[in-house]
Structures are given as C-alpha cells and as structure tokens.
Design a protein around this ligand. Structure first.
Ligand SMILES: *[C@@H]1O[C@H](CO)[C@@H](O)[C@H](O)[C@H]1NC(C)=O
Ligand SMILES: *[C@@H]1O[C@H](CO)[C@@H](O)[C@H](O)[C@H]1NC(C)=O
Length: 566
C-alpha cells in the first residue's frame, strides 16, 4: 500500500516536472518542415517507432506522434504528407570505394559474365569503344562463375592488339592484363614473384597476364591517372547512385589496395573531396580512410581542420591490409586451402610490420581499420588490437576489422569483448557461398563463415556495407543477404543459424554503422538533434521480403532523390 502511494506520488511529480518543462512551443523552436502520416522506424532504442518528424535547419527537433510534433508548428511551418509510407534512417554504407566505383560506372563491367565466351564477347565489344592511346579498364569478373579457370592473355590478345587492357577480378585482388599492358609495364617473361603477390603462369611456365595483389603494382602504376575532372565526375555519379539507393553517408576506403600508390587517396582528398565540399557539390556525407602509412599526414590535417571539415566531409581514419581475398586464394588461413594444400594464403602486412604505425596513430586519437578475411588474418589483427588496448590504455577507439569473413572460435569470443567492430558486407556471402566449401572444405566453411548471429550474441558491433564497386551499392539487397543468406537460385539458406533479423540488419546499415565511424551523435537514427537523413520505402522492410524499393531519399530534411511513380 505504502509503496504504491509512493509510486503514485513520484509519478505525479514526474508528470508535473514534464508539464512544467514543456512550454507550449518546444524549446527547440519552430519547425521549418513537418513530415507526417508515415510509419517511421527511427532506429532509436528509446523511441523506435514514430508517425511524424519536425525539422529545423536540417536537424530533427521533434519526432513521435503527430500530437507531440504539433508543439513545434508555427505559422510558416510547411507540411509534407508521406501518405502512410514506411520510413527508415538514411542508410550508411560502411565500406565503399567511391571514386573507383564512379570511374568504373563508365568502364567495362564483367559482373554478370558467366562463361569464357561471354567474357571474350564483352571485352571485344568494349575494346571497340576505346579511343587510340587509351586503356581498356574495368572488371568485376568472377572466375567461380564458370568453374574457376582463370582468364588469360590468350583469351583476349588476338583482338585487343595495341590497346592495353587491365581488368580486375571482382574482389580487386587479381587482375588480367593483356600482352600489350604487360609490355608497357615492363614485366618480362622471367619476372620473379614479388613479396605479397604473384604472377600466375600457365603449365608451360608462360605468364597468363593474371597478376595477384602486390604483383599488380607495375601495371597499376602504368595506367594513366584519370584527370581531376574525370574523378570529380566520378564522385558525382557515385553520389547520385548512393542517394538513389537510400544511402546518405558512405565510408570511403579509398582508391587504395596493396600495390597502389598512397598518393592517389591524398590527391582525391584534396582535388576531389575538399573541392566538392567547398563548392557545395558534395551530395552525400563522406568519411574517408587513408593509407595507414600516411598516418602522420592525417594527424597534421586533423590538427588543422578537425576531423569534421563540414557536415558532409569527415576525416575517418586509417586503413591497412592483413591479407587478400578468399576468391583469389589470398585470404590467410590457419589451415591450408582444401583445393591447394600448399597454400595458406597471403600475409600482406604482418602485425609486426604495422604495429608501430598503429600504435602511433592510435595515440593521436586516429581510428584504425584493417582488412582481414581469412581466420589467421583475423586472429593476427585481433592480437594486434589487443596489444593496442593494452599498451595505449583504455580509450573509446572503435578499432575496426574490415570484412571479418572467416573467424576462429577464439576470434569470435574476443571480438566484442575487446570492443572491436566487425565491418562486414553481407552481399559478399552470396558469391562466397558457391565456392567456400571447395576452397575451405565443407566443415570449415560452415563453421566459420560470415558469423553475423554469433558475433551479435557476443555483443559485437556489426557495421554493414557493400564494398562497392565489388558488389552492387544496395543496402536493401544487403539486408536480404544478411537475413536470408540465400544466393540466387538457392532453395535454402547458407548456414541458416547465422541469419539475423531485419532490425539487426537495418541497424548494421544505420546506427551501428554510425557508431563504427564515430558519427552516432549526428546520424544513424532518427533522434532529436541528429540530421534528418531518411529514406521513404515502397513497403514495410520488416515484412515485405525483397519487394521493397527506395521511393525517396532525404538528407538534412531536403529531398535529394525521388523515384517518380506514375
Ligand atoms: C495518410 O495517407 C493515407 C494514404 O494517402 C490517407 O488515406 C490517410 O487519410 C492519411 N492520413 C492522415 C491522418 O492524413
Ligand atoms: C551483452 O551485453 C548485455 C547488455 O549489456 C549483457 O547483459 C550480456 O551479458 C552481454 N553478453 C555477453 C556474451 O557478453
């Protein structure tokens, strides 16, 4: 009895306090615009569902029922009726290569090629459009789609002739050069494999033109750098594609892969991103990661400009590579590849080699993201990160592993406990599912691949992204991949126990992704004070499996993409 009176008294005084604190017009002021009549998944754990949003100067000042939002309406407030549409926070893609992707939109795209004949046909078609003196560039091919045989100069030399060709495997860890490109790059027939890479040879020992990881360097160095204008156009194209997919923020891992010059990322930063930001032509929010070895330059830049140059441009942190990829046989494993017992994969940079850079950068408050795909690479990066936590003391550092595709039981247990973020790309599993068993053996493939559910139940932050242009830039497809794990044509899920629910997958593309980039105070959920970045969907993403598309995208309360519907 006594207790319940106390409860009532406390509740009454709480109510009073709330009433007194809430003047008729909210302290946040009058809304510029109110969006109403929507079903809004806010992603905010305190307040997951809403009907209306009030926005002032691009930020959310109130979100909730229409009645709650009423307190922010003044004579000049505009309304937009969303006609009952389903709304989610603007998607954040945690791993893209913006300029490479934007450039590639104009290059030959071999993503859908599924036979040697088709490969040859597509390259033949593309080479006709190449002007004299230019290279034929592009890629996206996946030899697993035609049984695994790697392409070769013999497929394309006869018709590419004097046009140098360089076309990537989909994962960017291999590429095919034709003989003209090998010649221009000064690669002799008897060249030795470099550290961290290899030249694939045919049975008779001759070069096939397929170069792996660091062996790609001489060709890449030889390709004329696109002009500043071409790169600016690439940014615009990429940004528009992102917005049309509901993506309002991307984390750019740069035009940087083992063997490529670090200056590219810096030139892009100065000539393209900063330029776009300063001229008001940056259409999305963009956080950039720079090559780890340039950490002191990033630090100097942060000292001058701060990490947030503007609401659109953010200095994210530093990126390095521990290994290659599964498809290229260069992801680093504790046990050898099942289809090649002499191969454990490739260690691109050992923890010892990058330890000092990582420690120094971390001491200066910079965030680190390291690419690790194989279980051994993940184990090594996790030990490295444990050392950072130990040697540099406790700090909110949000260390990231990019991909984290194959994890040992030990890694799984440590990941979340050490506060390490798993930055993963669900769409990759759709490709890997078809050949992981061949490369790893059935048991290992099923035990340790894309452990979304296991990571989440161990409190690991899962940030999702695409790795575009490796796969399509489409978070709704990514959500499907994470929740269903069903490659095209499959009846059953691949490793069904690791499917996660829609809300967890959505979080991976919103709040968890924001957290993974230190942006959760500004974006990631539709919460008071954050930017009004949101997506209007054509259906209920929680229930309409695979049928949902993007109708409109809003960034800072402004419509930046709209699909005209008749
Ligand atoms: C919300 O939109 C639907 C569809 O246009 C409409 O039928 C309904 O009347 C609207 N509700 C309100 C409260 O405006
Ligand atoms: C995960 O976090 C929750 C809430 O903080 C906690 O109750 C739970 O014990 C944690 N689980 C593990 C496996 O650490």
């Amino acid at each position: 009895m006594e207790l319940s009176w106390r409860v009532i008294l406390v509740s009454l005084s709480l109510c009073l306090a709330i009433i007194l604190r809430r003047p008729p017009l909210s302290r946040e002021g009058v809304a510029d615009i109110v969006f109403k009549n929507a079903t809004i998944y806010t992603g905010d754990p305190q307040n997951a569902w809403a009907k209306a949003i009030a926005i002032r100067k691009g930020r959310i000042i109130e979100i909730g029922s229409y009645d709650i939002v009423q307190t922010n309406i003044g004579p000049n407030t505009r309304y937009e009726d969303l006609h009952g549409s389903f709304v989610v926070p603007g998607f954040i893609d945690s791993h893209v290569h913006v300029i490479s992707g934007g450039l590639q939109m104009l290059q030959v795209n071999l993503q859908d090629v599924s036979s040697q004949i088709d490969f040859v046909k597509q390259v033949q078609l593309a080479v006709q459009g190449v002007e004299g003196g230019h290279w034929l560039l592009g890629g996206g091919w996946n030899n697993e789609k035609w049984g695994g045989e790697l392409p070769s100069v013999s497929w394309i030399d006869s018709f590419t002739e004097e046009v140098p060709v360089w076309i990537y495997r989909m994962d960017g860890h291999m590429g095919l050069a034709n003989s003209r490109a090998l010649q221009l790059s000064g690669i002799p027939e008897n060249i030795a494999d470099p550290e961290g890479g290899s030249f694939i040879r045919s049975k008779d020992g001759s070069l096939t033109g397929v170069l792996v990881d660091s062996a790609m360097k001489s060709v890449i160095d030889c390709i004329p750098e696109p002009t500043t204008q071409e790169r600016r156009d690439a940014l615009t194209r990429a940004s528009k594609l992102a917005l049309s997919n509901g993506i309002t923020t991307v984390v750019d891992l740069g035009r940087y892969f083992p063997g490529s010059p670090t200056t590219r990322v810096w030139n892009d930063y100065h000539d393209v991103y900063k330029w776009a930001d300063q001229t008001g032509s940056l259409l999305i929010r963009l956080s950039i990661f720079f090559p780890l070895e340039t950490w002191s330059d990033v630090y100097m830049e942060v000292k001058q400009t701060g990490k947030r140059l503007s609401q659109n441009l953010i200095l994210g942190g530093l990126k390095s590579f521990a290994d290659g990829s599964l498809g290229s046989g260069t992801a680093l494993f504790n046990e050898p590849y099942a289809d090649d017992p002499s191969n454990y994969g490739l260690e691109i940079s050992s923890p010892e080699a990058i330890m000092n850079h990582v420690l120094e950068a971390d001491r200066r408050g910079l965030q680190i993201a390291i690419h690790a795909i194989g279980d051994a690479a993940n184990d090594r990066v996790i030990s490295l990160y444990q050392a950072v936590n130990r040697l540099n003391g406790q700090r909110d550092r949000r260390l990231r592993i990019e991909h984290a595709q194959h994890l040992s039981q030990n890694a799984l247990e440590i990941f979340g406990a050490e506060g390490i973020i798993a930055s993963m790309q669900p769409q990759h599993l759709l490709d890997d599912a078809s050949f992981a068993s061949k490369k790893l053996g059935e048991e290992r493939a099923l035990k340790e691949s894309y452990l979304f559910k296991s990571l989440l139940t161990r409190n690991t932050t899962l940030a999702f992204g695409s790795d575009w242009p490796v796969v399509h830039l489409n978070p709704l497809q990514g959500i499907l991949a994470a929740t269903k794990r069903k490659p095209t044509g499959w009846k059953n899920s691949w490793i069904p126990a690791e499917c996660i629910d829609v809300e967890a997958a959505l979080q991976g593309y919103t709040l968890a992704a924001a957290y993974a980039s230190f942006l959760d105070d500004e974006i990631g959920s539709l919460s008071r004070g954050k930017y009004a970045d949101f997506v209007v969907l054509s259906g209920d993403v929680f229930h309409d499996d695979g049928e949902v598309g993007v109708l409109a995208t809003y960034k800072g309360g402004i419509r930046v993409f709209s699909r005209e519907v008749e």
